[in-house]
Design a protein around this ligand. Sequence first.
Ligand code: HEM
Length: 346
Amino acid sequence: MVLRHAEVVAAATDPQTFSSRVTTRRAIPNSLDGDDHAAFRAVVDRYLTDERVAREEEQCRAHAAAIVDALPRGVTVKTIASVGTPYAVRSQCTWLGWPADLEDRLVEWIRDNHAASRSGDRDRTREVAERFDHIIRELLDLRRDDEAAADVTSELLRDTVDGRPLTTDEIVSVLRNWTAGDLGSLATSVGVLVHFLASTPEVQRQVRALVSHDDRAALDAAVEEILRIDDPFVSNRRIATRAVELGGEDIAEGGRVLLNWTAANRDPLVFGDPDRYDPVGNAADNLVFGAGPHVCPGRALTLMELRVMLEELLRRTTWIELAPDRPQVRETPPMGGWARVPIVLR
Ligand code: HEM
């Protein structure tokens, strides 16, 4: 397990030595290397440009506003179950053009996927992944016959890589990696952000001021810095293609390596006191969205979605505090972030 910032960056930016081909299953683009990765990464990047992300903002705002307006004031509410998860699922369904009635199945899937990851049981993880593939294949079948459909999912069905159409397996894999990235991490990130603001009054006051001045760049920086301090997206795997030394440790050819973003983001050699909130000073070293050729293509989408949720949550309340009657509960490793963040909205 690689914990130091310098070594995590060194490994993430040296894909010849630290390959992403960690399983026999082909995950697109996550498990690809070299030219193969670059070809599929170009496809993925086309769907996540700043311009396309900006087009989603209005819908996300409507979802965020409706969710916050529906919450009672002055009593305990659940941040992840009542805010993070419905927001992630509704924003994702609108983006991909998926029907709203899929919401319950996706919410159930997020829960089972978390439970499977927590259990470390590979059979269970495989069963949950297969169930997700099944949902996606049903959606693809519905769209295949509808040439007029103009949503992102239909666009993928007509898209090409190296001059040929994507296969169904490839489309399913692309959608699985978007969804796994989006749904789980987004819901968990809402938990981390709200917990941080509720437990750090001076930062909540600063962020409320940024919202009222509509300072979007500063809000994005605040979101990324809070996620650095308490990074819920813990780690990614690599496999050594040759014998190599990293941070004084010898790794054999074929050796399995875990890049721990959460630890690297709190490395005192880089950040001093890792809990010190400094969005500007720490921005250049922030590893929440990774580094190197596999750096997260969903960064702009994520930051927009989280900023919009914070804007609506803070505009529609005068204060957020941790619930006095119920404890906050940490996620169980290897998951990061919080399992439960009960709060009271004022
Ligand atoms: C809080 C939210 C998110 C966090 C913290 C996050 C973090 C990361 C990190 C650290 C990586 C690097 C993985 C590696 O080096 O092996 C990554 C890759 C990736 N992320 Fe995200 N992500 C988030 C949201 C999203 C969203 C919204 C999407 C898509 C809609 C997405 C899609 C992907 C994909 C496809 C990759 C693989 C890229 C490649 O292999 O080239 N992520 N993400």
